[in-house]
Design a protein around this ligand. Structure first.
Ligand code: GDP
Ligand code: MG
Length: 706
């Protein structure tokens, strides 16, 4: 779907806690279970995603300690370090340093560490400890660690890090009480853990970084570390620093680079060395070295051949279910709207108002709402794939292709979520550090077949292969073809932009593969419910509005004629359609489709509702609402030829694969790129591609005699 906020913004935070309540911040790597712990502590509802980068906004809630004490809890963006290479990391660092006006400086931190991936997670954890804020380490995912045969000894870890370490399995609420008890403790103090910096580097730091003069001074032990993380900042766009601070740090960095080249790499290596040493003592391997279930599944699902074969099978099953299981609920919705329309006809006198309700409102909204069952099936599957960990595998095998066009796996996560809706997908691109990769990802994201295209595809496929006798697989292969075409578009344009438009190097990234797990149906149902709400809200707002508007445009001005075709052709909509008809005739479209096409610049599904309104207004008979596809099948040109030949249906579908028909996407791209330049560029390149591709389909198809 292409509008609405990201699904995770639903549960508004309740903050009716006295201002004096202690503020805890939840921090950790992406995907380590922060949101799960946040939900368990606050009881707030929120989407639980399954790969890095889902949590981009700040969330706040109220938590209760073991004895009913009030706490304020802030869920901070996931990050791998404090060196602020991405906006997310900058937000995290600035909140922890108390440098953001919109968020209180936390009194204490709950640092979530994924126990199944200790070395990478401890990187951030040790940085946090050095900031001098009292910190509790929530050692989460101990079940996964156990299954991977890496078990961390919490006692050893606590001694090494000088902080309480609480073993947890957050999704099963294991360790929650212990965590609450730790939060309640009033002797929670800052850790004394500090990474030992090599003396040569330390000397260079003191010499070149003015802010470090008070090195570990009496005032605040954390001073030096604060300065270090501020020094690591590269991109002023993410900065929470003031102009003068930024200049000071930039100068310091330059001098330092001259005085000790490679200082940053040395620091990173030093930190990893200390973490290695800790892990060596804290990690035990209780089991033998048998491959885990995840390993065995992955050797198949990530296989060069079987991986793709599985993906194709999964998609085929998904689309088959969409085509075969949605019929019945669709029939119910259809007869519901028919009955409603029939009822309106019996209780209201004939006239424009009645026509507005039946031909405008009911036909328009009903035409789109009927696709709800399919959309629900789609989101059930997306949720299932996310929650079991399979989605991350899709990203992994796609990553091999992505690297060929100059993008990396990190781009693929936003792109994958764009298959649901480009809007949250584009927002998720914030997690991409390289500005070039981020922009390319944003530019190609709307080419993925989002769920708003589903109604258009489904209507056209139903018109294209109307017979019940045609095997479901035929319809499925059309659907697969459309998804593949959109995906190819992503690759081709990413390659083109990478090659000709934007220069710069991509940062490689290692895609993290979570272990497989049994899905939590509650999370999936919640996810489906969010999408249903967004879908219905769109039907009740944008689609309703445009349907009413279109009804007026198609009904007025009234024309003195008995011939109804003439009446609608003289209406505002008719004249509009006639005006643009020359431009779309080469694609095989009539003026009715032209009007719908223009209306659907607001949102892709509007094409369906607009067709429904226009064909209902055009039909003056007082008969009941008819399924739209039957009307389309019956539509003829003036000379009696059918309008919706298979070729025209194909041409429409291909148009919608590429077209940028979504106001919300334009708005979010404007916001994320901070200019009109890129959304305009995107609009132009996508619309031009859509037009040319649809033109090619129709013209070549006609020449070939279809
Ligand atoms: P966040 O990105 O840090 O907010 O991580 P989430 O809270 O969204 O968790 C990511 C995934 O890990 C979700 O599917 C959770 O259900 C799951 N999860 C969280 N804690 C645990 C745990 O202790 N064990 C296991 N097996 N899964 C967990
Ligand atoms: Mg989260």
């Amino acid at each position: 779907m292409s509008a609405g906020p990201s699904p995770s913004t639903s549960g508004a935070a309740t903050t009716d806690v006295p201002a004096a309540a202690k503020v805890f911040a939840l921090v950790g790597n992406p995907n380590c279970g922060k949101t799960t712990i946040f939900n368990a502590l606050t009881g707030l509802r929120q989407k639980v995603g399954n790969y890095p980068g889902v949590t981009v906004e700040r969330k706040e809630g109220t938590a209760f300690g073991q004895h009913g004490e009030n706490f304020r809890l802030i869920d901070l963006p996931g990050a791998y370090s404090l060196s602020a290479r991405s906006p997310d990391e900058a937000v995290l660092r600035d909140v922890l340093l108390g440098r953001r006006a919109d968020t209180p400086k936390p009194d204490a931190v709950i640092c979530v560490v994924d126990a199944s991936n200790p070395e990478r997670n401890l990187y951030l954890a040790t940085q946090i400890l050095e900031l001098g804020i009292p910190t509790i380490i929530a050692l989460n995912m101990i079940d996964v660690a156990e299954s991977r045969d890496v078990v961390l000894d919490a006692k050893v870890l606590a001694a090494k890090l000088d902080a309480p370490v609480i073993p947890m399995q957050a999704n099963a609420r294991v360790g929650l009480i212990e965590l609450k008890m730790a939060m309640t403790r009033d002797d929670l103090s800052a850790s004394t853990y500090r990474t030992t910096i090599p003396s040569e580097l330390e000397a260079a730091l003191i010499k070149h970084v003015p802010a470090l003069e008070k090195w570990d001074g009496e005032t605040r032990r954390s001073h030096k570390w604060e300065a270090l993380y501020l020094l690591g900042e590269h991109d002023p766009a993410h900065s929470g620093l003031s102009e003068s601070e930024r200049t000071r740090y930039r100068d310091a960095r330059r001098k330092l680079e001259e005085g000790f080249s490679g200082w940053e790499e040395t620091l990173v290596a030093t930190r990893y060395d200390s973490i290695h040493a800790i892990c060596k003592e804290a990690i035990t391997h209780p089991h033998s070295d048998q491959p885990t279930l995840t390993d065995r599944l992955d050797s198949f699902l990530l296989h060069r051949f079987w991986g793709w074969a599985t993906l194709l099978t999964v998609m085929t099953v998904l689309f088959s279910l969409i085509f075969s299981y949605a019929d019945m609920p669709m029939g119910w919705i259809e007869s519901g709207f028919e009955a409603l329309s029939g009822w309106v006809r019996t209780v209201m006198p004939p006239g424009d108002l009645r026509d507005l309700i039946t031909d405008g409102v009911i036909a328009g909204v009903g035409g789109v709402v009927i696709f709800l069952p399919q959309i629900l099936i789609l989101f059930f599957f997306i949720g299932l794939m996310e929650d079991t960990g399979y989605m991350a595998r899709i990203a992994f095998i796609m990553d091999r292709l992505m690297s060929k066009v100059g993008l990396n796996g990190k781009s693929f996560i936003p792109l994958l979520s764009s298959y649901a809706c480009a809007v949250p997908g584009i927002m998720a691109a914030r997690t991409i550090e390289s500005p070039k990769d981020r922009l390319i990802t944003i530019l190609v994201a709307p080419l993925t077949s989002c769920s708003a295209r589903l109604p258009v595809y489904l209507l056209m496929i139903a018109t294209l292969v109307p017979s019940e006798k045609v095997p479901v697989l035929t319809k499925v292969s059309f659907m697969l073809g459309l998804y593949v075409l959109g995906t190819l578009g992503v690759f081709v344009f990413a390659w083109l932009f990478n090659r000709f438009l934007l220069r710069g190097k991509s940062t490689p990234m290692i895609l993290e593969l979570p272990s497989y797990k049994a899905p939590t149906f509650k999370a999936i149902l919640l996810h489906m419910w969010e999408r249903t709400r967004i879908f219905i809200r769109r039907a009740g707002t944008i689609i309703l509005g445009i349907s009413i508007l279109l009804w007026f445009l198609a009904t007025y001005p009234k024309h003195e004629s008995d011939d109804t075709g003439t009446q609608i052709e003289h209406s505002f909509a008719g004249r509009m359609g006639k005006t643009i008809e020359p431009a779309i005739r080469p694609l095989g479209y009539n003026w009715e489709m032209g009007v719908s096409l223009i209306a659907s610049f607001a949102a892709r599904e509007v094409f369906v509702s607009a067709m429904s309104v226009i064909y209902n207004v055009e039909d003056t008979g007082d008969e009941d609402l008819q399924p739209l596809r039957q009307r389309l099948l019956a539509a003829n040109h003036h000379d009696g030829r059918p309008v919706f030949t298979p070729l025209v249906c194909l041409s429409v579908m291909v148009f919608y694969v590429f077209a940028m028909q979504c106001m919300s996407t334009v708005a979010v791209v404007k916001r994320e790129t901070n200019s009109w330049r890129w959304p305009l560029f995107q609009f132009v390149y996508m619309t031009a591609t859509a037009y040319l591709a649809a033109l090619a389909v129709y013209q070549i198809g006609s020449r070939l005699g279809y």
